[in-house]
Design a protein around this ligand. Structure first.
Ligand code: GAR
Length: 216
């Protein structure tokens, strides 16, 4: 099995990055994490990545005159490590359209809502405000439009009447840590691939079952 060379983009605590790195330790996992890039020097995820023995780089967006120039620096770092697939994991920068287009079909993002609901900032608050009984997380291919790319995989969790942003975020984050390694496996192995504006999956993939909230 050939392992795809994966670069992870982070901005913060990096728990999703850790879940990908831990999954990638398995001999049969189809991806190797070869680089973790943070746009913030003080991101806790950088220390977490180093503790896992991963190669890291800080590329501070504030050091560049434009979004395009920042994205070119990211691209140069990715190409130096011969990265084939990019995973955004809590990366809080909007990319320039040329970068997103160049990596189309080769870049994933995780967002803590069941897209296309609750795009952008504060998705947990948006879910609480909407009164939904089920929310979750989505892994999708990145396109130039924010949080709108073709969906690879989703996980659903109940929203409880007692939930606050903190409790809902914690429940969704646990689901993210299961979903992202699974979705990267599908993408890196070639099982999930981009065909136009849809992601195709083989019939052999377990499609999961219903989540009822509240349960009967
Ligand atoms: C995660 O919940 C991720 O889904 C979210 O940021 C958090 C990062 O946590 N991403 C977005 O909201 C992107 N729009 P982490 O740094 O511990 O992985």
């Amino acid at each position: 099995m050939t392992k795809r060379r994966v670069g992870i983009l982070i901005s913060g605590r990096g728990t999703n990055m850790v879940s990908l790195a831990e999954a990638a330790r398995a001999p049969d996992y189809p991806a190797d994490i070869v680089l973790v890039i943070s746009n913030r020097a003080n991101a806790a995820g950088i220390e977490r990545a180093q503790a896992l023995g991963l190669k890291t780089a800080v590329i501070d967006h504030k050091a560049f005159p434009s979004r395009e120039a920042f994205d070119e620096a990211i691209e140069a770092a990715l190409l130096t490590e011969r990265v084939e697939l990019v995973c955004q994991a809590g990366f809080m920068r909007i990319q320039s359209a040329p970068f997103a287009t160049r990596w189309l079909g080769r870049q994933l993002n995780i967002h803590p809502s069941l897209l296309p609901l609750f795009k952008g900032l504060h998705p947990h608050q948006q879910a609480l405000d909407a009164g939904v009984r089920i929310s979750g997380c989505t892994v999708h291919f990145v396109t130039p439009e924010l949080d709108a790319g073709p969906i690879v995989a989703q996980a659903a969790v109940p929203v409880l009447a007692s939930d606050t942003v903190t409790t809902l975020e914690a429940r969704i984050l646990l689901a993210e840590h299961q979903l992202y390694p699974h979705a990267l496996r599908l993408a890196a192995s070639g099982a999930a691939s981009l065909k136009g504006d849809r992601v195709t999956l083989p019939n052999s993939v377990n499609q999961g079952g219903p989540l009822l909230s509240p349960a009967p």
